[in-house]
Design a protein around this ligand. Sequence first.
Ligand SMILES: [Fe+2]
Length: 353
Amino acid sequence: MPKIKDITRESWILGAFPEWGTWLNEEIDETVVDKNTFAMWWIGCTGVWFKTENNTNIAIDLWFGNGKRTQKKKEMDPFHQMRNMTGGRMTQPNLRAAPIVFDPFAVTHVDAVLSTHYHNDHIDPFFAAAVLENISEEVPFIGPQESVNKWLGYGVPASRCVVVKPGDVIKVKDTEIHVVDSFDRTCLVTADEDIRGVLPDNMDEKAVNYVIKMPAGTVYHSGDSHYSVQFKKHGNDYPDIDVAFGSFGENPIGNQDKMTSIDLLRMAEALDCKVLIPLHYDVWTNFKADPKEIAMLYEAKKYALQYKFKPFIWDVGGKFVWPVDKDKREYHYRRGFEDAFTDEPNVPFKSIL
Ligand SMILES: [Fe+2]
């Protein structure tokens, strides 16, 4: 028990954050992935850790920052994407709503660091620093031009950075990463100049989606894509998508940023995936959404539309194993006490509880 005289704000912060310490790092490190399966962990926002049966580890969109922490700044900066998008000036109340479940500085092994786009909740200087410091192999940092610009700005060596655009295929050990179009129109309105009346044409430099083909199955990571009819094209091009991630959120009035529940169901249909997993709704207080809305609409529409996929409601820090968990509909954290009654309970008599 710490003594009052030794307690400082710093000792509290170091003792309490990150909230999960190295619990999840240890779980990922110690997990041995069975043949013909792959494992994934939700790190928060659209951050996902992939681990294959041959111990290939790929981290996409890991991010360990937060949002607003003070109300003193009353207005967003000119040309902030949310100001560009809405025409509103007031500082948006986007406080981080989910815990940080992974300690970036305790990373021990990763084979590739990927970013879908350069917005601050999809790329991270702390993880980049820890990867460069902790891992001796030449781990590549893979992303569109603007993400690479950000890594270079942090000090990631240019020799480590790989600029990708739709059409590219990158091989990481046993895994093929196919780079495909993003439909993140919020990225298109991220500009440091007046773009009213200007047709943007630089999506490929700003954002990409990824199709991750592992030996045991294929995942579609849509970054922060909005809904697009082009999801059907990606479904045609990749007829073997097992799991698809989509960014879900309750858009505040005046916003068109995250996909809605209907958009996600339509995306899953168009991609012809087997499992649909919503992401991103966890992280911002002002975009918080209830994923059970997706399950409710799925139930209402599945017979009429002959849905072939299932939605899965995950939790941050949770694990999903393909194909073992393919028919599950909701995640629950491990509940523990698997060894109850190993010893005689230390209670006064048997019927007390
Ligand atoms: Fe985002």
